[in-house]
Design a protein around this ligand. Structure first.
Ligand code: DSN
Length: 417
C-alpha cells in the first residue's frame, strides 16, 4: 500500500503503517472481532469526509455544506434497514459501546437496573462491568452460562429477572459461541416490564445474511458493531422500532456524541452495500462452516471446546483440562510468535484472572474473507494445537511459522493496493 504522502511528512508513522499492512498480510487474524474490509471500504473510510462536521441528521444539520454527508448517511441508513429489516436505524454511534450507551441514555436514569451476562461467561464491558460507565452509573446483576453445558442458563436468567426486576435485560455477547434464544429473553423482559437490548456486535454479519436468528423485531433495541462479521466501516449502529426512534436519535446526538464520523459512515454505507450482494450470504455461511471445522479439529485433538462446538464465527477453548499448566496468555504469546493472532480469554468458571485467563478465543471471519475453506481451516486448527501443545519447543514453533507464511501466500490479501 502506498503511503507516499505520509512518508514525505512523517516517516515514523509511514513505517508503522507499512509495517501494519505487512503484519496483516503475513499473519492469520483470528481475533473473533476482527476482519479485513474491502479496498472500497478502506477508500471510503479514509476519504475527505474526515474534514466535515455534520451534527444532526440528514436534512436537519447544525452546519452548512452537508449535502454529500446527507446523501451518504441516507444510503447507510437505507441499506442497513434492508439488511437487518429494522424500522429505524441510527448509524452514528462511534462504536458498539457507544451504540449501547445510546440505548442506556434513551431509557435509563442513573441508579436504574441492568441484568446482563457476566463478562467471564462471554458478556461485554459495556453491559455493566464495574470498570465501565455502565457499572458505575447503574445497578447491575448478572446471569451466567450453565457450567456443565456452556449454554446460557435461561431458567436461572428468568429467576434472576423476576427477583431483581431490572429496567433493561441485555442479551448478545462477545465470547458466546451458541445461537441465542431471543424470544425467550424477550418474554421474560416483557414479564418483568424491562426493555430488552440485544447487542449483536459480533454477529451483525451472520444475522444480516440470515445464518443466525435475528433479534430485530423481537428485542426493543438491537445494537451492533459495523466492522466485525459485517465487514463495513468501523463503528456502531442502533436498530429499533419507530416508537423509540426519536428517543434513540436524541440520545446519540446531542445526548452522548458530537459530530458523527462521516468518513466512517461512508465506510458503513459501502460495506452495507457489499453485504446486500448475494456473495455475502456465501461468505457468512463459510464463516460458520469454518468455525465448526475449527471446533471439531480442536476437539479431535483433545482440547476442551466450551459448549462442545459453535453455531457462530467463534470457538472458545478452555485449556485447564488438557493443559493445566499453560495459561491463555502463554498460548496467545506462543501463537503470536508463529503468526497466528488470537486472544487469551476468560472461560466460564474462570479460576485465573482476566489479564491471564485460562482460555483462548479464535474466530474465522478474517480467514474466510481471505478465502480459507474448511480444509485450510482444519490445517490452521491442527497448527494451533501443535503450538499450544509444544509452546516451548523452538523446532515446532519454527515449523508452524513456516506453515503460516505458506498459508498467507496461498491466500493473499490487499494485493492490488
Ligand atoms: N473488543 C471486542 C471483542 O474482541 O470482543 C468487543 O468490543
Amino acid at each position: 500500500m502506498d503511503y507516499r504522502h505520509v512518508r514525505e511528512v512523517d516517516p515514523a508513522v509511514a513505517d508503522a503503517l507499512e509495517g501494519e499492512v505487512d503484519r496483516q498480510c503475513n499473519t492469520l487474524a483470528m481475533i473473533a472481532s476482527e476482519n479485513h474490509v474491502s479496498p472500497a471500504v478502506l477508500e471510503a473510510q479514509s476519504s475527505v469526509l474526515t474534514n466535515k462536521y455534520a451534527e444532526g441528521y440528514p436534512g436537519k444539520r447544525y452546519y452548512a455544506g452537508c449535502r454529500y454527508a446527507d446523501e451518504i448517511e441516507e444510503l447507510a441508513i437505507e441499506r442497513a434497514k434492508e439488511l437487518w429489516g429494522a424500522e429505524h436505524v441510527n448509524v452514528q454511534p462511534h462504536s458498539g459501546t457507544q451504540a449501547n450507551m445510546g440505548v442506556y441514555l434513551a431509557v435509563l436514569d442513573p441508579g436504574d437496573k441492568i441484568l446482563s451476562l457476566d463478562l467471564t461467561h462471554g458478556g461485554h464491558l459495556s453491559h455493566g462491568h464495574p470498570a465501565n460507565f455502565t457499572g458505575q452509573l447503574f445497578e447491575v446483576e448478572q446471569y451466567y452460562v450453565d457450567p456443565e453445558t456452556g449454554y446460557i442458563d435461561y431458567e436461572a436468567l428468568e429467576g434472576k429477572a423476576r427477583e431483581f426486576e431490572p429496567d433493561v435485560i441485555v442479551s448478545g455477547y462477545s465470547a458466546y459461541p451458541r445461537a441465542v434464544d431471543w424470544e425467550r429473553i424477550q418474554e421474560v423482559a416483557e414479564e418483568v416490564d424491562a426493555y430488552h437490548l440485544a447487542d449483536i456486535a459480533h454477529i451483525t454479519g451472520l444475522v444480516a445474511a440470515g445464518v443466525h436468528p435475528s433479534p430485530v423485531g423481537i428485542a426493543d433495541f438491537v445494537t451492533g458493531s459495523t466492522h466485525k462479521t459485517i465487514r463495513a466501516g468501523r463503528g456502531g449502529i442502533i436498530m429499533t422500532s419507530e416508537e423509540y426512534a426519536s428517543d434513540i436519535d436524541k440520545a446519540v446526538f446531542p445526548g452522548g456524541q458530537g459530530g458523527p464520523l462521516m468518513h466512517n459512515i461512508a465506510g458503513k454505507a459501502v460495506g452495507f452495500g457489499e453485504a446486500l450482494q448475494p456473495e455475502f450470504r456465501e461468505y457468512a455461511e463459510g464463516v460458520v462452516a469454518n468455525a465448526r471445522t475449527l471446533a471439531e479439529t480442536f476437539r479431535e485433538r483433545g482440547l476442551e471446546v466450551v459448549s462442545g462446538g459453535t453455531d457462530t464465527h467463534l470457538v472458545l477453548v478452555d485449556l485447564r483440562e488438557s493443559h493445566p499448566d499453560l495459561t491463555g496468555g502463554e498460548a496467545e504469546e506462543a501463537l503470536d510468535a508463529t503468526g497466528v493472532v488470537l486472544n487469551a480469554n476468560t472461560v466460564p468458571g474462570e479460576t485465573r484472572s482476566a489479564f491471564n485467563p485460562s482460555g483462548i478465543r479464535a474466530g474465522t471471519p478474517a480467514l474466510t474473507t481471505r478465502g480459507f475453506d474448511e480444509d485450510a481451516v482444519a490445517d490452521v486448527g491442527d497448527l494451533i494445537y501443535r503450538v499450544v501443545d509444544n509452546h516451548d519447543d523452538e523446532a515446532v514453533l519454527d515449523e508452524a511459522s513456516e506453515r503460516v507464511r505458506e498459508l498467507c501466500d496461498e491466500h493473499p490479501l490487499y494485493e492490488d493496493l
